[in-house]
Design a protein around this ligand. Structure first.
Ligand code: ZN
Length: 272
């Protein structure tokens, strides 16, 4: 059993802590599928839409509303779209670790997992970033990863789903804060689509309802809620308009504290 993390009251009398998080995957997940994807220019371009267009829209929205967010960036994206990282940092946002080539932990041995972590750290360090948070590519994590995160000095992970509020994981014998997400609060299952895997291409009104309802539940329970998004999905014009409406509903319905994962993690009382 895990131990639920304890927090003081949210700053400024807020009723709920809302983390808007974006995984800037770019071309990495496709290239990570195999070398044949080097030739699949349309698929790669669909990924590239994230850092090259979707991100610009997202950053403009966040700036207009003065909302900080957390951006999980694979090292490959940082290396190939350095301007994207520069723009994210210039907006005052948090940058966190999301692997290097977005390789799923479950398909890697310990050495491969360590390489993904090290290469990702090196890529982000070229932007002067030493991330304290990690989200595993594709939301799968193996026991070795947890131990490595502790060893590498990470403060939190955002890959698991055992609760809908932050909790402590044992990581290499040390406590690691888990900031859980869920597929229902992720844009990809609704708006992601590929010719190989298909997808829903859902009506944004449906997603809007689910996300605002979850916000209301979190508000009533005065807990944290994390939304996970991808610039190549939520950064499409129609989907970003939905995010705008979701944020407006949050501001209308209550007093949210929009915070980065690092800001939320910093408020957790150490387990004891
Ligand atoms: Zn990802």
């Amino acid at each position: 059993m895990h131990t639920e993390a304890v927090f003081p009251d949210w700053p400024g009398g807020a009723e709920v802590a809302v983390a808007l998080t974006f995984d800037v995957d770019g071309e990495a997940p496709w290239l990570g599928e195999g070398p044949e994807y080097n030739r699949r220019l349309t698929t790669l371009s669909q990924g590239r839409f994230g850092p090259s267009r979707g991100l610009t829209r997202i950053l403009a929205l966040l700036a207009a509303l003065d909302i900080p967010a957390t951006f999980y960036i694979p090292g490959h994206t940082a290396d190939h779209h350095p301007d994207a990282v520069t723009a994210i940092l210039a907006g005052g946002h948090e940058v966190a670790h999301h692997g290097y080539l977005h390789l799923g932990s479950d398909g890697l041995d310990a050495d491969g997992q360590r390489a993904e972590l090290d290469l990702g750290l090196s890529a982000l360090s070229r932007h002067g970033v030493r991330p304290i948070g990690y989200r595993s590519p594709g939301w799968e994590i193996v026991p070795e990863t947890l131990s490595m995160l502790a060893e590498l000095g990470f403060s939190y992970d955002a890959s698991m789903m055992a609760d809908d509020r932050p909790y402590w994981e044992a990581s290499g014998g040390q406590p690691l804060l888990e900031l859980p997400g869920h597929w229902s609060l992720c844009d990809w299952p609704y708006f992601g689509w590929t010719p190989y895997q298909g997808g829903l291409l859902a009506d944004p009104a449906v997603v809007e309802r689910i996300w605002v309802e979850e916000f209301e539940s979190a508000r009533q329970e005065r807990r944290v809620v994390t939304y996970t998004m991808h610039p190549e999905a939520v950064g499409r014009g129609y989907a970003l308009r939905m995010l705008e409406r979701v944020i407006a509903a949050m501001l209308d319905q209550g007093r949210p504290w929009f915070a980065t994962h690092a800001q939320i993690a910093a408020m957790a009382s150490p387990p004891g």
